[in-house]
Design a protein around this ligand. Structure first.
Ligand code: KIV
Ligand code: ZN
Length: 512
């Protein structure tokens, strides 16, 4: 297949994705996702917006230092300070470091946000690209709100930034406004009306406000775009971004009419999706295409019958192609360390011996309480024991009494900054009493927004999984916890959210 038919996958989960409410991640969490994206073999990882905060800068620097395969991009506005700061973080990736600079080009943004004329915007864009090109030839320029930009002006901007040294030019649908036929025509117009267009890769970046981000991206590919910007699970501002797994699997599944390939190792899609959901606490809707829990479940009898006779009657792609294993092996009390480690390996977790041992202790304790341990239980154990690294606060032990005539009371012992602390509180119910006790011990000012409980697998012995959403200093954080006792799971989720809130409180940020 010719080079023109290879589509670059630019993953912006760690930058645009992190702008989702509640999705903020700490540096260690970002590194974990970056390593998983490396396994997925995306072409570019946009690791953050270095000037936005110290935390963002550090995350981009650490990702640039430790990821070896994909290119690493850092976002910056079209000004010297942003660009210099971005390169300071990206330089560790050498030639793989990509400066991604942007300025808005639509009338509405130029008039109300930038208060700049067309000439000033072109001049600023060209100056920014030239400054970035002084650091690296790997420069991407984005015309923010390109879809609502007058086409002749957009073509003029694209031509000017390519002449200034941009090797990739991105045409974002910043507000998720376009539809496939219109977006196709925009990309076609640029291909036909920009004299030097062959000197750069045209990129697309779609938001999902009308639910069309994937369809629009595919239309753009058919019109000649060479790069798609997307996020895992489609997370991102407002309704999110184009979902990586959907666009990649559409290209893989419909080779008959979409003869393009990507370098993505699709078998890593499911583990990557789960890891992101665990880290951010953003639950994947069950009917979400490709990675939802029901995406490969055939419920109707007629469908089940068809699939048993011949899979392709109702299955357009296999679960294995996204890394879901056929073999839903059940582990139990007598399963040994080796079988346990092997299963974790098959589920896509690359753990050190020490981490496997830690998870194995938890697995044995769970196996004493629950006859059969499913893959979902293992995901929860790894999430709890290894991925959600305990930070400022750690739940040590707790006891709750409640019922129809006793006042619900919780006694909770936490480690706070390395010191053991204990208190007891009464509440309207056992969860309320527990949260009050934790709040008292941590002295947290975070406000509880929502709390939800679910069962990880079926049966009354299933582990409960709780999600807690907190508001702190204007940002939202999500925490999760799993345990066979749902009150303990609630406490774990609350402590996990407070740990995230503590790291958010220490960050300042610049908004786009
Ligand atoms: O949506 C958008 O326009 C962006 C740009 C900064 C690329 O995220
Ligand atoms: Zn965006």
């Amino acid at each position: 297949m010719s080079k023109e038919h290879t589509i670059k996958i630019f993953d912006t989960t760690l930058r645009d994705g992190e702008q989702s409410p509640g999705a903020s991640m700490n540096i260690e969490e970002k590194l974990r996702i970056a390593h998983q994206l490396e396994k997925l073999n995306v072409d570019v990882i946009e690791a953050g917006f270095p000037i936005a905060s110290e935390g963002d800068f550090e995350a981009v620097r650490r990702v640039a230092q430790s990821i070896k395969g994909p290119e690493i991009a850092g976002l910056c506005r079209a000004n010297d300070m942003d660009i210099d700061r971005a390169w300071e973080a990206l330089k560790y990736a050498g030639e793989r470091g990509r400066i991604h600079t942007f300025i808005a080009t639509s009338d509405i943004h130029m008039k109300y946000k930038l208060k700049m004329s067309e000439e000033q915007v072109i001049e600023t864009a060209v100056k920014a690209v030239k400054r970035a090109a002084g650091y690296t030839p790997n420069v991407e320029f984005s015309a923010e709100d390109a879809v609502r930009t007058r086409l002749p002006f957009l073509a003029k901007v694209v031509e000017a930034v390519i002449a200034a040294g941009a090797k990739t030019v991105n045409i974002p649908d910043t507000v998720g406004y376009t539809i496939p036929s219109e977006y196709f025509n925009i990309i076609r117009y640029l291909k036909e009306n920009v004299a030097n267009i062959e000197k750069a890769v045209l990129s697309v970046h779609c938001h999902n406000d009308l639910g069309l981000a994937v369809a629009n991206s595919l239309a753009a590919v058919q019109a000649g775009a060479g790069q798609v910007e997307c996020t895992i699970n489609g997370i991102g501002e407002r309704a999110g971004n184009c979902s990586l797994e959907e666009v990649v699997m559409a290209l893989r599944t419909r080779q008959d009419i979409l003869p393009y390939k990507t370098g993505v190792v699709t078998e890593h899609i499911s583990p990557t999706s789960k890891l992101l959901s665990t880290i951010t606490g953003i639950v994947i809707q069950p009917n979400k295409a490709i990675v939802g829990a029901n995406a490969f479940a055939h419920e109707a009898g007629i469908h089940q019958h068809g699939v048993l006779m011949e899979k392709t009657t109702y299955e357009i792609m296999t679960p294995e192609s996204i890394g879901l294993s056929k073999n839903k092996l059940v582990l139990g009390k007598h399963s040994g360390r080796h079988a346990f480690g092997q299963r974790l390996d098959e589920l896509g977790y690359e753990l050190s011996k020490e981490d496997i041992n830690k998870a194995f202790v938890r697995f044995k304790a769970l196996a004493d309480q629950k006859k059969e341990i499913f893959d979902e239980d293992l995901d929860a154990i790894v999430a709890d024991e290894i991925i959600r690294v305990p930070e400022k606060f750690k739940l040590l032990q707790m006891n709750v009494s409640s019922g129809s005539f006793a006042a619900p009371t919780a006694t909770v012992e936490l480690e706070v900054d390395g010191k053991r602390k204990r208190t007891a509180c009464m509440g309207d119910g056992p969860v309320d009493a527990t949260f009050k006790a934790i709040k008292k011990l941590t002295k947290s000012k975070a406000r509880l927004l929502t709390f939800s409980v679910g069962a990880i697998t079926g049966g009354t012995d299933a582990q409960g999984e709780c999600t807690v959403r907190l508001e702190t200093n204007g940002s939202e954080v999500l925490g999760q916890g799993a345990h066979p006792d749902i009150i303990v799971a609630s406490a774990k989720a609350y402590v996990n959210a407070l740990n995230k809130a503590a790291s958010v409180e220490s960050r300042t940020s610049v908004h786009l």
